[in-house]
Design a protein around this ligand. Structure first.
Ligand code: 0O2
Length: 267
């Protein structure tokens, strides 16, 4: 196939991947801005390279004219979670979305592959608007923990290095490493609530400091210098005390002061 034709075929896939990255990243941002724990830690995406498409088509005996119908992972999104429990939450989020339709699911978390590979796969249909009209694109979404991702990235490189001839001793090491990943994920799950609490209070504190600094900056335009200096000193004192309750109280007080100035402007 000509390079230009490949470009035409792959363009809508690129659009789908880019749009989905924006949407999933926005979901992370919304959680963080509200100071609530995000089940999605990070998200990556890619369009399969032409050489990988050709390799897979050859391996699976797919004719080039049929790759779009028969290859589910030309567009791929990978969602990384901190904890195993988060994976099901992400699956639910995707099932409930109205901008994508789930076509199939594979649970390699509860049904680990013989290689030791674990991940949750969903194939969804996602619509993009192109010059040629609406296109329904199949996207493979892989959802896994940071630890599972570490294992599969290493294993994928070794698979690439050895092709079909991975030495037994490497395969055994990978299998033992896969077992260790299960233990690691379980250990992390047992301290999940403590870790989540710590991360949430960090995020709440970061949001409070951001709002307070915004308020102080706005007051610069309306309040007198002496008052601003006093407010700033008070902020540094409270910030150093590292007490979230004091920060919340200061935030409320600043809101009242800012409200007072706003009222004066409208008088
Ligand atoms: P790439 O290079 O990542 O794109 P199958 O019929 O089971 O051989 P199928 O039908 O493509 O494969 O579906 P499956 O099993 O859900 O696998 C899809 C993708 O999951 C793979 O794409 C890999 O990305 C990942 N995957 C599946 N099994 C393994 C594994 O044992 N190790 C690693 N590291 N990843 C795996 P591709 O096209 O094979 O590879």
């Amino acid at each position: 196939m000509e390079i230009q034709l490949w470009k035409d075929i792959l363009n809508p896939y690129e659009l789908a991947v880019n749009e989905l990255l924006v949407k999933f990243n926005h979901l992370i941002k919304e959680h963080r801005e509200r100071g609530i724990y995000s089940p999605i830690e990070q998200v990556n995406g890619r369009v399969k390279s032409i050489s990988s498409i050709l390799d897979k088509a050859q391996k699976k005996k797919i004719e080039i004219e049929h790759i779009e119908e028969e290859m589910d992972d030309i567009a791929g999104i990978r969602i990384i979670c901190q904890f195993v429990e988060d994976i099901q939450k992400v699956v639910e989020i995707i099932r409930n979305r109205t901008d994508m339709r789930v076509l199939s699911e594979k649970d390699y978390i509860n049904h680990m592959k013989s290689s030791g590979y674990r991940s949750y796969h969903m194939i969804v249909s996602y619509s993009v608007e192109t010059l040629a009209g609406t296109r329904h694109i199949k996207v493979e979404i892989q959802i896994r923990t940071l630890a599972m991702n570490f294992w599969s990235t290493i294993e994928h490189s070794l698979q690439y290095k050895y092709k079909k001839h991975m030495p037994d001793h490497i395969r055994e090491k990978l299998s033992r490493a896969a077992d260790a990943i299960i233990v690691l994920d379980n250990e992390m799950s047992s301290v999940r609530s403590e870790i989540m609490d710590a991360q949430n209070s960090f995020q709440i504190q970061a949001n409070l400091v951001r709002d307070i600094l915004n308020n102080i900056q706005n007051l610069y335009h309306v309040a007198n210098q002496r008052e601003i200096a006093k407010i700033q000193d008070e902020f540094y004192r409270i910030y150093e005390a590292n007490d979230i309750e004091q920060l919340k109280r200061f935030h409320r007080e600043l809101d009242i002061i800012a409200e007072g100035y706003r009222a004066q402007v409208f008088e």
